[in-house]
Design a protein around this ligand. Structure first.
Ligand code: HEM
Length: 548
């Protein structure tokens, strides 16, 4: 039955009525302008309203259930929204996958179009995949990425760890200085994190911040994140923000396109301090990273970087003096009291180990999502879809879990313990070579090891482990990641997060700032804390502040 296929979004979806979360009195002028724009944008796209969207012809066994479901859809929702967002949302199934023992996901669980169907309308005007408008590596199957995961390597060229110190770190440090300025002491932290966040987002991608980021661009980003956070399309707040994204998408794409021209023409000062610069320089003949793909990646990263919000919230909650985690607080004190930037010849510095353990335990991203298709024939014979040509086939995905894998007792002796030292005993991506694969019992490496030299003047190559994990070698030195299934927060193998090391570097700077300025976090115990959409599936009570 259709109704039994309903997939309520994973917790914590919040059922608050339509409102953006900050109390009105705390909104600055820019925020108010953004709200006004949002309302206008919805009005523009609302278009034809339908009382109840007309039911498509359905076989009798399903139509009654579908009619009942349709009757529950708010009658003022735009009809296209109902057909392309609400209905697919309820006809989507996400299946729980197995915990991998090796950090790889097999290819039949594909990344091609592995996006819950109801979200396509946020990135494509036609509500469905349209590669002619540009693509993101995030939603491409390995077979469509060029030789040896080429698209991923080009993407990675913009975020390799050798770039962080000279090119990006000053931006992150300035961001945290503003965010943790004494004038914000004792205020709910996450709301103003989100207000400043767009500055670091666009500064890193395109070298633009402050007044130079138009209000439309701030609004679409905030709306995008609000949809991801509240998720359930039946909610008014999701509807308003979804339609706002759609109204503003053409403007955003044109704006990004023009900023890319500023980068390539040299009109932008210090263009090499932007991620997009490296994407443009390393695009090769453009077949696997055309300019429209760069535009696409620049805004598709709304999804990627939105996870910094729930991660920051996770770190703060654990360091919170009132109800934090004593083991995390002790590890923070211990690490920061020592020589935290000295790797001592190992692959990771103590502060990196601490951040890695924070990510394993916070696990801000619940799982790696793959699209699955009906097996047209199996040992049971032809599938019903193949045999009878019935039109019921819907969208199905498998979730390879991160939290359960990171806490898998087959992979760690004491998975529950907060122990930054645990990564010293498991392989790095630089160690997973032919010999290691043989030692594990594989006849050879599942992935061929190749290196793509970058074309932007650096002596950096983008290489991979035998498991397909992409990492950099700069000036002859490997800059590996932990290539072990028990460290799951950034996914697995050829499709693992390229932004992992950038994220670890940024969070290391967050911790350095907290330590240097003797910052502590405390619960504010407000009677009615604001609800803030801090990341995908995460709407939190904004009730922690910082003090010195
Ligand atoms: C808290 C921060 C982040 C977390 C927890 C995170 C997590 C992940 C995970 C789990 C995947 C694998 C998804 C899958 O295989 O289905 C992934 C992929 C990806 N991430 Fe991140 N990410 C973060 C930040 C970033 C940042 C900062 C960037 C870019 C600068 C980024 C760009 C990407 C891209 C492009 C992919 C697709 C990789 C591929 O399919 O080859 N992420 N991320």
């Amino acid at each position: 039955m259709i109704m039994s296929e309903q997939q309520p979004g994973p917790s914590p979806i919040n059922n608050e009525p339509s409102k953006l979360s900050a109390p009105v009195e705390t909104l600055d002028k820019a925020s108010v302008e953004r709200r006004a724009l949002l309302v206008g944008a919805v009005a523009v796209t609302a278009g034809a309203f339908s009382t109840h969207a007309a039911a498509a012809p359905q076989p009798p066994d399903l139509s009654a259930a579908l009619a009942k479901f349709r009757a529950s859809i708010p009658s003022h929702f735009n009809r296209d929204y109902v057909e392309n967002v609400v209905v697919p949302f309820y006809l989507t199934s996400i299946y729980e996958g197995e915990r991998p023992i090796l950090p790889m996901i097999d290819l039949p669980l594909t990344k091609q179009d592995a996006l819950p169907y109801d979200l396509w309308g946020l990135i494509y005007e036609d509500w469905k995949p349209d590669p002619t408008q540009g693509v993101t590596v995030f939603l491409e199957g390995l077979e469509n990425r060029g030789a040896d995961n080429l698209r991923k390597r080009i993407y990675f060229s913009g975020v390799t760890p050798d770039l962080y110190g000279p090119k990006y770190q000053a931006k992150a440090v300035a961001f945290f200085d503003k965010l943790l300025d004494p004038k914000h002491t004792g205020k709910p932290f996450m709301r103003h994190y989100l207000d400043y966040y767009w500055d670091i987002y666009w500064d890193l991608h395109l070298g633009v911040k402050g007044e130079a980021v138009p209000p439309q661009v701030r609004t679409i980003g905030e709306s995008f994140n609000t949809v991801l956070a509240y998720r359930n399309p039946m909610q008014q707040i999701v509807y308003d923000n979804y339609m706002a994204v759609r109204a503003l998408l053409p403007f955003l794409k044109q704006w990004i396109d023009a900023r890319l021209d500023d980068i390539s023409s040299g009109r932008l000062a210090n263009p090499d301090k932007t991620i997009a610069y490296y994407w443009l320089k390393n695009a090769g003949d453009g077949r696997y990273f055309a300019k429209k793909d760069v535009v696409f990646e620049c805004f598709h990263n709304f999804v990627a970087l939105s996870q910094w919000g729930n991660s920051i919230f996770g770190v703060m909650s654990r360091l919170n003096e009132n109800s934090g985690d004593p083991a995390v607080r002790a590890a923070f004190q211990k690490t920061m009291s020592g020589d935290f930037d000295n790797a001592g010849g190992g692959p990771y510095t103590p502060i990196e180990l601490l951040v890695m353990e924070l990510f394993r335990t916070i696990s801000p991203n619940g799982g790696s999502l793959s699209a699955i298709r009906d097996a047209r024939t199996s040992f049971y014979g032809g599938s019903p879809f193949a045999q009878f040509g019935v039109p019921y086939e819907r969208h199905a995905y498998v979730n390879t879990p991160h939290t359960a894998t990171s806490f898998d007792a087959r992979l760690w002796h004491d998975p529950q313990r907060f122990d930054p030292g645990r990564y010293k005993g498991v392989p790095t991506s630089a160690e997973i070579d032919e010999a290691k694969c043989k030692q594990i019992g594989l006849p050879s490496c599942p992935f061929k090891m190749t290196t793509l030299p970058v074309s932007d003047g650096r002596k950096t190559g983008i290489t991979n482990s035998g498991f397909g994990t992409v990492f950099a070698v700069a000036d002859g030195k490997s800059l590996p990641v932990c290539d072990y299934a028990g460290f799951a927060p950034f996914g697995f193998g050829y499709r693992r997060c390229p932004g992992e090391q950038l994220t670890i570097d940024v969070f290391s700077d967050f911790l350095r700032k907290i330590w240097r300025d003797k910052i502590v976090f405390r619960a504010l115990s407000q009677p009615n804390p604001g609800k803030v959409p801090v990341g995908p599936n995460a709407v939190i009570d904004d009730d922690i502040g910082f003090f010195r």
